[in-house]
Design a protein. Structure first.
Lengths: 237, 237
């Protein structure tokens, strides 16, 4: 059932469009709201600890982030935070969901070019509705054969997607800003990965670049450098 | 690509396992928490209005429900609710996510029987991680060829699932407790539907039973009545 085509997978947040800048804007307001109680480093560390603890239950995305932000604020203020301030946190979360989708430089042209030769798939994690909304708002949906929204980007999740689409792992190349979520699990399956760093990386996505994946791991600075990498990789088949 | 098999789709919440009883338990505590401010009917109406307003942004599921419950509590108390009480609401939400999965009577045997002759698929809406967790905790996953989690159960969502699995609509039968989400959209596509009411229906799922779908709409009282309905429907092919 595996096709001979070379399929390219794309992460979405911070690969196709800005996302961490949206979170970072909210983090700044969050620190300001709690500045009378704690310094910024304490606030950041407490919020990250809550998020990490809650991810197995909430999964990724804005709704779980908002719940973790409220929980952390109550904890950091010993319950002294007002209901009005908590309402502001909920509105910050809502603002993130309503935020316009800002496509990264070079994405539209690069996708148009690559779509002529390869099936393209979006593989992203987060809240179902929010991720669907972003694909729709981006106007990029038509360039992709499929949009796959998963709760965790681990080897099992990628393997299920490849199986469903009849793609052999060695004929699959994944492009994304997170070495941990976009590159390592795909290399583990025998696929290839292209890392394009975003200028901010969420602490829970940090990972070291892989060793021992010669010819299957590429690092580039921006999206417009992708087509020659793909062409070089595709030339092997 | 359409197969000759007759595929059966199952809704999950309140069709395979209890769900509204879990929400109802939380609603009772919610009313009690706000009883000093408003009567139960006012609390219920305000919460439902917030949920309805937020669904386009949050989608379905426990995380969005929890955020709506916090927002409504702040509004109904004019901001007088304490941070400690809001923390209790967040814990109620977490309790829903951690709640054991209680499979409905007759489900295990009925699925085992039907799986011998038909491909079975779960089609459910809600939070991605939460729905995956419930399928896993239920131990029923192995009986299903696929688990599809969607953000809205409308004709477009069902059509996409049928297309992806190569199922012709007229050879598809959907089983669920919500006429609005499980039956009407499938009938619209030309498929068949079996309604099994649950003893509680969420206000946003109310709908009237369809007219003009002779031979494609069935209503039964419990899961164990499903196999003869399926056999009768399948006998046509």
């Amino acid at each position: 059932m595996a096709t001979k085509e070379l399929t390219i997978g794309f992460d979405a947040d911070d690969t196709l469009w800005h996302n961490e800048t949206n979170f970072e804007r909210v983090h700044e307001r969050y620190r300001a709201l709690l500045a009378q109680y704690h310094d910024a480093a304490t606030v950041d560390a407490a919020l990250l600890a809550t998020e990490k603890r809650n991810i197995p239950l909430y999964g990724y995305g804005v709704k779980g982030f908002t719940l973790s932000a409220v929980e952390t604020a109550i904890q950091l203020t010993d319950g002294k935070i007002s209901a009005g301030e908590i309402q502001r946190l909920i509105e910050l979360g809502r603002g993130m969901l309503e935020h316009p989708v800002e496509i990264l430089d070079g994405v539209v042209d690069t996708l148009s070019l690559l779509a002529e030769r390869h099936p393209l798939i979006v593989i992203t994690k987060g809240d179902l509705r929010d991720q669907e909304r972003k694909v729709e708002k981006s106007g990029l949906g038509g360039r992709f054969r499929a949009v796959e929204i998963v709760s965790e980007k681990d080897p099992a999740a990628y393997a299920a997607i490849l199986r469903r689409h009849g793609i052999a792992a060695e004929r699959f190349l994944m492009v994304g800003n997170s070495v941990k979520s976009d590159i390592l699990p795909v290399l583990e399956l025998g696929g290839a990965g292209v890392h394009i760093p975003y200028h901010i990386t969420w602490a829970l996505e940090h990972a070291v670049a892989p060793a021992g994946a010669e010819g299957r791991f590429f690092a580039i600075a921006k999206m417009t450098e992708l087509p020659p990498v793909v062409a070089g990789w595709a030339a092997r088949w």
